[in-house]
Ligand binder design. Structure first.
Ligand code: SF4
Length: 445
């Protein structure tokens, strides 16, 4: 029997791509397995966004390559951003790998695997028309489904490999998105997250991101819709107005800002200034006062001075994000920044700035979570808590983790009062409150 084991690295788009590959391979007779020892095909689906992720993937491929010494008929493949981005150099570095496939070639995967069983096979071409329409690969796990609505990126931020590894933007037809969301709901999804590298630049024919939100938020039987990751410059006020009118559109926005210094933002070619970003946050909070705002921030972009970094900390203070992914800059080959801006901020300086940024974010997150103590929140249950299997955990609409006082079914929605908070979760005490308005004011918080 043909069995495929897929290991996934990186973002949610990669996880959705792994589900897509599994689906396409199933049509060719492959059965998915979670046990690498029984696989006849091993695929490592990779992410090239950060240097460390690439190094980790290469180490893992070398490890898996050792399996081939005892099982020479095993096909070992690498898919996703890394083979597309690293290209020929990877070929020489990894002689054990039989198959290199880029993100636009998955429809041909089964035939490529067949060829790779005979000789090393490579298909890294980018295809501006491949949107994987018609593939019913959406996976529903713990009541949740990711539905890719657009792929690639046209923005070319100077530090980023995504446009090089995944190609230019292409959006799925709106009817096709709706069909996939309907199918996910049929399979038990209670939350759907619309995915795209710059999801709010979605456009297909005359349909825009507003139309996408409007249509998906009216799908029967779907209580929650999320989307990620938007680009700050692609928002229009009408998006927030619609989110305020339709509770099904969850009030959580992941807004990657990257830096709070105008000079750095300009060198990154982010397309907005610090003031633009702060104005956007003001508009969002005017329409959605309880919105959860999360972000991505980077320290040590080439040329970042202590003053630039101070601007980033002051932007963080002005916004007070509920959560943030904080990174050190790492130079990625082929990007504009790698060619034009030498990576000159010493590692020790990057480390020191990152530590200060983490400490500040922790302080903000404590405050943002503490605001909910005493209030009633709506929680959609995702499964048992990792720390206490006798309690369920779930998420609020604004994407805060809540640990409940007992076990509930996955996908169930309960209303509970928040008793305590940390910087990463809310703790509910007592039994769910029936029929209470989740927007009821705080009793003591
Ligand atoms: S918007 Fe910028 S950071 Fe985001 S995927 Fe596109 S190029 Fe990369």
């Amino acid at each position: 029997m043909k069995r495929v084991y897929i290991e996934t690295y990186g973002c949610q788009m990669n996880a959705a791509d792994s589900a897509l590959m599994e689906h396409l391979l199933a049509e060719a007779g492959f059965v998915a397995t979670l046990d690498v020892a029984e696989a006849t095909l091993v695929l490592v689906n990779t992410c090239a966004v950060r240097e460390r992720a690439t190094e980790r993937v290469i180490r893992r491929l070398r490890e898996l390559g050792r399996l081939k010494r005892v099982r020479p008929d095993l096909v070992l493949g690498v898919t996703g951003c890394v083979p597309k981005h690293e290209g020929e150099s990877l070929l020489a570095a990894l002689p054990e790998v039989d198959l290199f496939v880029g993100p636009d070639s998955y429809r041909r995967l089964a035939e490529l695997v067949e060829a790779a069983a005979r000789r090393p096979t490579i298909d890294l071409r980018l295809d501006g028309n491949e949107d994987y329409a018609g593939c019913d690969s959406v996976r529903v796990e713990a009541g949740h489904a990711f539905v890719p609505v657009m792929r690639g990126c046209d923005r070319f931020c100077t530090f980023c490999v995504v446009p090089l590894a995944r190609g230019r933007e292409k959006s799925l037809p709106l009817d096709e998105v709706e069909r996939q969301v309907d199918a996910a709901v049929e399979r038990g999804a209670r939350t759907v997250t619309l995915l795209g590298q710059t999801v709010n630049s979605y456009h297909h024919g005359e349909h825009t991101f507003f139309d996408l939100l409007d249509r998906v938020s009216r799908v029967p039987g779907l209580p929650r819709v999320r989307f990620t990751s938007p680009h700050p410059s692609d928002f229009r006020e009408e998006h927030f107005r619609l989110m305020a009118e339709r509770p099904v559109l969850c009030p959580h926005l992941h807004l990657p800002v990257q830096s709070g210094a105008d000079r750095v933002l300009a060198d990154m070619k982010r397309g907005y200034t610090r003031d633009d970003f702060l104005r956007l946050v003001g508009t969002i909070r005017r329409h959605l006062p309880d919105v959860g705002l999360t972000t991505d921030l980077m320290v040590g972009f080439p040329g970042e001075t202590e003053d630039d970094f101070a601007d980033t900390l002051s932007l963080m203070r002005a916004v007070e994000f509920d959560g943030a992914f904080l990174f050190r800059y790492s130079e990625r080959p082929g990007t504009f920044a790698a060619r034009k801006h030498p990576d000159e901020v010493p590692d020790a300086v990057k480390g020191d700035r990152l530590a200060r940024m983490i400490a500040l974010q922790e302080e903000h997150a404590w405050r943002r979570y503490a605001r909910w103590v005493g209030r009633v929140v709506e929680v959609q249950v995702e499964g048992p808590s990792r720390r206490d299997p006798l309690r369920s955990m779930g998420k609020t609409p604004d994407f805060k983790k809540v640990v409940l006082s007992c076990l509930h079914s996955v996908g169930e929605t309960v209303h509970v009062r928040v008793a305590r908070s940390t910087s990463h979760s809310l703790l509910a005490e007592g039994v769910p409150i029936e029929g209470e308005d989740p927007a009821a004011p705080a009793v003591d918080g």
